[in-house]
Design a protein. Structure first.
Length: 280
């Protein structure tokens, strides 16, 4: 694996690689890699000749200073994991390299960008869109891989690609969970042992909830899930929503859309966790 910290260095190498007609698969991350990230990478490596991974803790997508300051940064361990999945190029730029001057673009994702994470983390998706578009322009991948763990982010990126006809195929990958059901996340390592022991209740409650689809309306099911989560003393809920999988809008009736998803965001101590589950 070759590591580049500069845009020019990476572009130079990729230009040479592409000369021999090779497809580039790209996985953008913020590092502190876990099995969830590695699954995206294994798939990208299997489906493309070249695998490029970026590690960049993007300051402009954080609306909470403490979250940014405490975000785990473990580049050495990450590099070893990347070698183990056959990553060809790691792009690990500095903040100056990515933002030599402030970026003032304002994307409008419409209603999709205003609900859930959009409402609770003002500016978050704009920051995500700015960095992802920049990374796409640098790496020029044929395919880019994103996890359904961040379902709304995936929808926003698909929208970004549509809005600007970006020449990249977005591939979505299922959520990877710990054995006890907790969705893997770099932020999980910030949980205390006590908090870590409580965290799998999120998945347990989501699992129970989706089974009630035939007996409850969407609003009743949303309320039921909210109450179950609220009953866990350690949880501090941001939102519980049931929304369609395309525009992410709350639904009133099950047949309002072909596919609905139950979304949750909550604080466990100082750590904010998100999860979601398809409702069949
Ligand atoms: P992050 O480093 O948190 O920005 O995540 C980088 C990519 O990995 C994003 O596309 C995430 O959705 C994806 N990802 C993170 N955690 C998981 C997980 N548990 N399962 C599947 N994909 C994940």
């Amino acid at each position: 694996m070759i590591t580049h910290n500069t845009i020019l260095g990476l572009k130079d190498d990729l230009l040479r690689e592409r000369g021999v007609v090779k497809n580039v698969g790209f996985v953008p991350t913020m590092g502190a890699l876990h099995e969830g990230h590695l699954e995206l990478m294994r798939r990208a490596k299997a489906e493309n000749e070249i695998l490029v991974v970026s590690i960049f803790v993007n300051p402009i997508q954080f609306n909470n200073k403490e979250d940014l300051a405490k975000y785990p940064r473990v580049l050495d361990t990450d590099s070893q994991l990347l070698e183990s999945v056959g990553c060809d190029y790691l792009f690990a730029p500095s903040e100056m390299e990515m933002y030599p001057e402030p970026d003032n673009i304002n994307y409008d994702f419409g209603l999709m960008g205003e609900v859930m994470e959009g409402a609770f983390r003002p500016g978050h998706f704009n920051g995500v869109a700015i960095v992802v578009r920049k990374l796409f322009e640098i790496v020029e991948p044929q395919r880019a891989y994103f996890g359904e763990k961040d379902f709304q982010q995936l929808a926003v990126i698909q929208q970004l690609v549509k809005m600007f006809n970006l020449p990249v195929e977005i591939v979505s990958c299922a959520i990877v969970r710990e054995n006890d059901g907790l969705a893997m996340s770099s932020r999980n390592m910030r949980l205390t042992p006590e908090e870590r022991a409580v965290a799998p209740k999120i998945h347990l409650i989501l699992q129970k909830a989706v089974k009630l689809r035939n007996v409850l309306s969407p609003e009743e099911l949303r309320r039921w899930t909210y109450d179950q989560l609220e009953a866990v003393e350690e949880f501090n809920i941001d939102y519980v929503e049931i929304a369609d999988s395309e525009l992410l809008q709350p639904i009133q009736h099950w047949n309002d859309c072909p596919e609905s998803i139950l979304f949750v965001a909550l604080f466990l101590g100082k750590v904010r966790l998100i999860d979601n589950m398809r409702i069949f």
